[in-house]
Design a protein around this ligand. Structure first.
Ligand SMILES: *Cc1c(COP(=O)(O)O)cnc(C)c1O
Length: 457
């Protein structure tokens, strides 16, 4: 087989800034060893997130010029609506400024005290919006999804038995809807099988509970189904995506992921009553229903992006570039969550730096070392992000200490990925020299964004 190449040529370039190791030492110190506080200009390869960091195509940029900025009834809205309706089959298409705005509106209507929302794994904004409404967010993930070194094709699946039990325990009347997140972002970007979506739907249908997809990475999930699930290898990606949506009653979407744009999202659903309430809320918080917090040009770019994202060559390259990085790291012995997900590689920091105790944040130490060694920005997903203190002030850690290398869409080429692998391997070779960190300043909630650190001496 020949090399899988980037299925595009480059028409416009953005220079990246090279710094020396001593520059980076100074920059890192000034940023208090927190990558969120490093100016993006001082980053060579930015793997902080795949959200809103995509490169748009020439056709999307053409759409930006062509956007209709009419307040009501913009032609760009009708294109947006048509593309999403054809893809999802849902009746009501409601634009929002990003994914969490769609979540906020949906849970304001369907959430509320005494209610439960099951999901394979809630993404943090989804959980926050469920809880803000007063409802309880419950993760019901298949057991293999919780084991980082187990190789399985669909580690994002929902635990169907667990879901049945949960419905029986709490009663269907206290479960206004159930979510499946494709791919499972907080669970390592692992896909969900069509079989699993179908089974979950069957269970929910008999209980009268609607199914919603958190569809941020629906196209990446469709690609995994095509490659890994029997019976799908010859089906088109559009067809597979349409089948996924056909089992659902609605979805929330952050177009900053598989919409291939820098900003935008939507809520789509069939229920007339919820849609009417959602549009009323939309007018209060986002805007008129034909723009919902977006400019006409944004709607145009999203419509175009949603068509491009399901191209076979694009997804082949996309998933391969993540897998390629995973293979390079694995073959050198770097411990990562297996198998690589759709949008990121997750390094197992406990395995990488076992000499650093969790209260000295091994993940954060690796994040700093990757920046220092090669100007790469990554993010800790472990005790810094999710750590809490018990009543005695002792750190309570999550089960895994991870470092995420999220790959922006269509932004970096194979040589960038090769460079990233080289830097990770260099840090890995010198891992025994890594030092832990302590927190010198932190906010009471979401501390990872602003916390300040100092190396432990
Ligand atoms: C990004 C994301 C969201 C939230 O979307 P925003 O556009 O960032 O508000 C929700 N769910 C998942 C799975 C996501 O990855």
């Amino acid at each position: 087989m020949k090399t899988i190449i980037e299925p595009f040529k480059i028409k416009s370039v953005e220079p990246i800034k090279f710094t020396t190791e001593s520059d980076r030492e100074r920059i890192l110190r000034k940023a208090s060893y927190n990558p969120f506080l490093i100016p993006a200009e001082d980053v060579l390869i930015d793997l902080l997130t795949d959200s809103g960091t995509s490169a748009m195509s020439a056709k999307q940029w053409a759409g930006i010029m062509d956007g209709d900025e009419s307040y009501a009834g913009s032609k760009s809205f009708f294109r947006f609506e048509k593309v999403i309706r054809e893809l999802t089959g849902f009746k009501h298409i409601i634009p929002t400024h990003q994914g969490r705005a769609a979540e906020k509106i949906l849970f304001a209507i369907a959430g509320g005290k005494g209610n439960y929302i099951p999901n394979n794994t809630h993404f943090d904004t989804t959980r926050a919006n469920v809880e803000y409404s007063g409802a309880e967010a419950v993760d019901i993930l298949t057991a293999e999804g919780k084991k980082p070194d187990v190789i399985a094709p669909f580690k994002g699946n929902m635990d169907v038995g667990g879901l049945k039990k949960f419905i029986k325990e709490k009663g269907a009347e206290s479960i206004p809807l159930c979510f499946i997140t494709v791919t499972n972002n907080s669970g390592g970007g692992q896909p969900v099988s069509m079989g699993n979506i179908r089974e979950v739907k069957k269970v929910l249908k008999s209980a009268g509970i609607p199914l919603f997809l958190d569809a941020c990475r629906f196209a990446e999930n469709a690609f995994f189904i095509k490659k890994r699930e029997p019976g799908y290898s010859r089906r088109s990606l559009v067809d597979i995506a349409q089948e996924m949506f056909s089992y659902a009653d609605g979805c929330t979407m952050s177009a900053k992921k598989d919409g291939l744009v820098n900003m935008g999202g939507f809520l789509a659903l069939n229920d007339d009553n919820i849609a009417r309430q959602a549009r009323n809320l939309l007018i209060v918080t986002e805007g008129f229903p034909t723009y919902g917090g977006l400019a006409g040009r944004d709607l145009e770019a999203i419509a175009q992006g949603l068509e491009e994202v399901l191209e076979e060559h694009y997804l082949t390259y996309r998933i391969r570039s993540v897998e390629y990085l995973g293979e390079k790291l694995t073959s050198a012995g770097v411990p990562i969550v297996q198998p690589p997900g759709g949008h990121a590689i997750y390094i197992d920091a406990k395995g990488f730096a076992p000499h650093i105790p969790v209260h000295e944040y091994p993940g954060q130490a690796i994040v700093c070392a990757l920046y220092l060694a090669g100007g790469i920005r990554s993010v800790e997903i472990g005790s810094v992000m999710f750590g809490k203190y018990d009543s005695t002030g002792k750190l309570v850690s999550p089960s895994m200490e991870l470092v995420r290398l999220a790959i922006p869409r269509r932004v970096y080429t194979q040589s960038h990925i090769d460079y990233v692998a080289e830097v990770v391997l260099e840090v890995f070779a010198n891992r025994r020299r890594l030092k832990g960190l302590r927190i010198t300043e932190e906010a009471p909630v979401l501390r990872h964004f602003t916390a300040k650190f100092k190396p432990v001496s």
